[in-house]
Design a protein around this ligand. Sequence first.
Ligand SMILES: [Zn+2]
Length: 251
Amino acid sequence: MTMLSESDWLQAWERSCGQPAALRPCAVLAPLFEQGQAAAERLSVGQRDACLIDLCQALFGPGAHAVAHCPRCAELLEMELSLPQLRLPAPPEPEVGLAHGLELALDADGARYRLSFRLPDSADLAAIAAWGGMDAAKQALLGRCVIQASRNDLPVAVAALPPTVVAALAQAMAEADPQAASELALECPACGHRWNEVFDISHFLLHALDDWAQRLLDQVHMLAKAYGWTEATVLALTPMRRARYLERVLA
Ligand SMILES: [Zn+2]
């Protein structure tokens, strides 16, 4: 991924800007896949987040400055996270393959219920984003990810699955895709409250890329204005030479 130029990443950032929130991280990952964004959209959410952690590390280094607010007293916590520590090892892959992702199986309620399913991906998240309310979105997600469901060997509709089976399915999905929910165990220095906070690598990387793109465009603007260079000429300079010219312009 280090073979890609700043110009490539600037393009990926730009393509991501006009997209729905669920697909923005996939647009950023697109240059890393031969089949582009479509391939990134078909990664499970955990696989996608693992790629985002690797990319974030390659572009901005292993440290991540993050902030959180204590839910009890609103104290601001600032912390330095280590991206390699947040990167979990991938769980072993099951045998059965699907056109995209993998088919997984679950026996629930004393094996009365049998389900085959796949893990949610970004295309699923984008599709359910328009559904109003958590319950409707959850049902829509199950409808997309459950491939087959049966009760006592007879087919059963996803909407007819009891809450205990749905809960078992949610747990099986979480265990098969642990990187999908990175949680940080936090303790408030002011009031001692302890809680778990989800670390959202998509949000973090997109924010870092936005900042980086703004800084790069500022540099292009100043050098283009001072020397009459084109954007391509400015971007073709190494960061060190660009910085030296900027020093002279600002002197
Ligand atoms: Zn507190």
